[in-house]
Design a protein around this ligand. Sequence first.
Ligand code: UD1
Ligand code: UDP
Length: 357
Amino acid sequence: MKIVTIVGARPQFVKTAVISREIQKHTHIQEIIIHTGQHYDTNMSDIFFQEMQIPVPNYNLGISGSSHGAMTGRMLEEIEKVLLQENPDCVLVYGDTNSTLAGALAAAKLHIPIAHVEAGLRSYNMRMPEEINRILTDRISTWLFCPTDTAVHNLKKEGYTEQNAVIMNVGDVMYDAALFYEKIARPSETISNLLQSMNEFYLATVHRAENTDDISRITDILKALEAISQKKPVILPLHPRTQKLIMNMGIALKNICVIDPVGYFDMITLLKKCSGVFTDSGGVQKEAYFFQKPCVTLRDETEWVELVEYGFNTLVGANYGRILEQAAMIDAKKMDWSHKLYGDGNAAAKIVKSLER
Ligand code: UD1
Ligand code: UDP
C-alpha cells in the first residue's frame, strides 16, 4: 500500500510526526512525503524534521509566499505531477492550510481517495482562509478523521452521512504528539538560559491572518501584551509573518520578550513552565490544555469549542480591555484537568489501522 502525505506548514509537521512514526511500524505501507515548501525557514521547518525524526520529504516543491490563489494554484500543479508519478492508493492531508487544500484538490481530480486528518472543524467564519480550506477539503475526502465529537456532529449537520465517506472520531493527533515528545523533549541552550532569568512568565503566539492583516487588531493585541509584560514577563516566539509586519510598521516592543520561532521541544518546555497562554494559534490552544495551562485566545471564535465550554480557554478577540481583564484573572484560575477532551493518545494508530482496512 502506498500513501502520499502532503505537508507544508509548521502544525502539519507536528501532526505528521506521529502518523509517520506509526506508518513505519507497518512494513507493507510505503509513505511518500511531499513538502510543499509553504514554511521554509530553518526554525519553521527543518528543526521539526530533525527533532521529531520525521522522514526527510521525498519531494520539496519549494512553493511559498505570494497570494493565496497563486500559492494554492502552483502547489496544485506540482502536486499533481508527483501524484501521477507515484500513483498512490491514498493521499493524506492535515488541517486547513493552503497546502492541505492543494493536496486534496490534486488527489480528487485524479480520483485518488483522500484521508483528511482534523476533519469536521468549523469556525463558521468564512473570511478565514482556514475555514475555506477545511470545508472544501472535507467535501472531497473519503476518510474524515475527526478529533472531537463536535467535529463529527458538524459533519452530520452538513449532511456528510449521506455521502460515501468514513467519519470517525479518532481523537487528536496533536495529543499523541504531546504525550510522545514531552518524554524526550529537551530545551535548547537559548531557551534554558532565557528561563534561568525568569521565574514566572506567560507564553504568547500571534500569527493568524485575521489579526496580522488588520492593523488595529494587531496593534491592540501587542499593546495589551506590552501592558501584561510590565507585571509578569511575556515570552513571544514570533512567527516571521508577524515579525515582518512589526518591522514594516516600525513598532517598538519594549517589554515583551520577543524571540524567533522555536522548535517543538522548546515549545513544550515553554508550555510546561509558563503560567498561562495568550494565543491565536489553533494548535497552541490545545497544547495549553494538554499541559494544563489556562489559555486566553486572541480570536473571536474557535474551532476548539469544548475548551471554551469547560472554561479552559477564554475568547477575547483582539480587544485590549478584555485581554487585560483575563490577564488579571489567569493566575487565580483553578481547573479540573482530568477530562479527556481529545481522545486517548492513540489517534495515529486508529488512523493508520483504518487506512489499512
Ligand atoms: C499558515 C496557515 C495557517 C497556519 C500557519 C501555521 C494558510 C492559509 N495559513 O499561515 O492556517 O496557522 O501557517 O504557522 O495556509 N514566512 C517566512 N518564513 C517561513 C514561513 C512564512 O518568512 O518559513 C512569512 C512569509 O513572508 C510568508 C508569510 O510568513 O509570506 C505567511 O506565510 P504563509 O505560509 O502564507 O501563512 P502563515 O501565516 O504561516
Ligand atoms: N510551535 C512551535 N514553535 C513556535 C510556535 C508554535 O513549535 O514558535 C508549534 C506549536 O507548539 C504547535 C504548532 O507549532 O504544535 C502550531 O503551529 P501554529 O501556531 O503555527 O499553527 P496553527 O496551529 O495555528 O495552525
